[in-house]
Design a protein around this ligand. Structure first.
Ligand SMILES: [Zn+2]
Ligand SMILES: [Zn+2]
Length: 111
């Protein structure tokens, strides 16, 4: 049925949209760290969700960047896509879907 095809295509587009950060022109300079990632010090600034090593982000299309489709843990690379090398400045929360500067996810080490 045509109706069913339209519905699944709509759901697919919605899924891609939710995984895409949407905009990325936040200017933060950051360096890759060689040390292993301590995920217990990483939280969503908005809802306090803690990502896990198994959490996955998606390199999707934005106004400024053609996504390469890679899925990876963005905190393993401090926001850099391992597929195309693009440095993501903003990170979506996989729980509340809020968008925050990548650096804001790291708990202050001196607190
Ligand atoms: Zn990419
Ligand atoms: Zn959140």
């Amino acid at each position: 049925m045509v109706l069913r095809q339209d519905l699944s295509s709509l759901l697919f587009n919605f899924f891609l949209f939710r995984k895409s950060p949407g905009f990325d022109d936040y200017s933060v300079t950051e360096k890759l760290k060689d040390t292993p990632v301590n995920f217990s010090r990483i939280r969503c600034p908005l809802c306090r969700w803690e990502p896990r090593a198994s959490s996955r982000w998606f390199c999707g299309d934005t106004v400024r960047h053609d996504g390469c489709g890679t899925e990876w843990n963005t905190f393993d690379t401090r926001g850099r896509c391992p597929g195309c090398g693009y440095q993501w400045k903003l990170t979506d929360c996989l729980r509340c879907f809020g968008c925050s500067p990548h650096e804001a996810w790291y708990e202050n080490e001196t607190d």
